[in-house]
Design a protein around this ligand. Sequence first.
Ligand SMILES: CC(C)(COP(=O)(O)OP(=O)(O)OC[C@H]1O[C@@H](n2cnc3c(N)ncnc32)[C@H](O)[C@@H]1OP(=O)(O)O)[C@@H](O)C(=O)NCCC(=O)NCCS
Length: 382
Amino acid sequence: MQEKPTINLGLEGIYFGESRIAMIDGINGRLYYCGYSIESLADNSTYEETCYLILHGRLPKGEELEKFSAMMKESRDIPQNILDLIKDMAKTAMPMDILRTAMSALPAYQKKQSGNPDEENFAESINIISKSTSIIAAIERIRKGLDYIKPDHSLGHAANFLYMLKGTAPDSKHARILDIMMILHAEHGSNASTFTAIAAASTLSDLYSAIVAGICALKGPLHGGADEASLSMLYAIGEPENTSTYIDDALSGKKRIMGFGHRIYKNYDPRARIIKKYLEELEGDADEKIRKLAKIEMEAEKIMIERLGKQKGIWPNVDFFSGPVYLSLGIPKEIFTPLFAASRSVGWCAHVIEYWKNNRLIRPLDYYSGEIDLEYKPISER
Ligand SMILES: CC(C)(COP(=O)(O)OP(=O)(O)OC[C@H]1O[C@@H](n2cnc3c(N)ncnc32)[C@H](O)[C@@H]1OP(=O)(O)O)[C@@H](O)C(=O)NCCC(=O)NCCS
């Protein structure tokens, strides 16, 4: 038998490649996209500009951004076949499952743009980034028995999503906060979903397949699904005064507190810090239910930092404060994770394209610890 090798469960601490897209300093709680701090992008950039940055590795000049934004607008509308698929699935399926299936179906209704692979990848990326938010708006409206609303090309990406979701011109403050939420979710290095997308792409499969793989991996509550799970936890806590008992019971039962902890950040997730600021900004205008959720969050944050923050490096992550922010913007819980996927689609596309520049099939090893040379017995003798 082969000697048992060192096994890195969860590929923890393993470098599988080199990238120029995101830098995460988990010890100091810092995040950069292509060299720009997440704080400076949240303060100054737009989702469209950040997408350009992530895809091209540099900020655009004025004309470049105009052209890029126009291309994103042109790609927003979704084919009738996809709408029909959504209508059929919305009767029984959850939004994340519908998004996954719709994304998988998308290339069937998409013309190839050119024979040039770089141009093709770029056009497909724009199509994926742009259409994913339209698909989510369509899913939510159709689930509620409402009609699909066509995109409004006079609006930016985030504002158009709110318009397609609600059918009314969005409040500019809400549109800007959603724009920032999308910037914060756009990219995050080789996390589980990005790695899954890259692993699929490393077989030289196509971009849409890689993105579908990314969506599948993002769905789980240990990754992107934590935003919905965290809100469900706040509902389960119910009242701010129950927070401490809930957390103590959960921790003594070895349960996870959703929206806390991270494989890389052993400090406050910088995205959570930014989202918390916007939650505080929105709280004043929010209704009683959202204000109560925000109170529970502030209490849970304080208790968790006291109990596990410094001691174990468990701090709030990007998914903790997101729920009440999205609810304040009129975005329901069922589409939090799909919206995360849509925002992250740019990071997935950029990583896949970057990986393809120096592609190597991803094929790690597992150590076989079972038996060998067993005698095969006919079924009647087992
Ligand atoms: C994200 C996550 C999977 C990272 O986990 P990881 O790097 O594998 O960390 P580990 O599972 O090794 O946990 C280390 C210790 O912290 C504890 N811990 C980690 N996250 C915790 C959480 N959210 N609540 C309570 N305890 C937690 C573990 O129980 C473990 O304790 P132990 O050493 O006493 O056994 C984990 O923090 C988690 O499950 N968080 C909740 C889900 C979530 O918010 N996901 C979104 C991430 S952006």
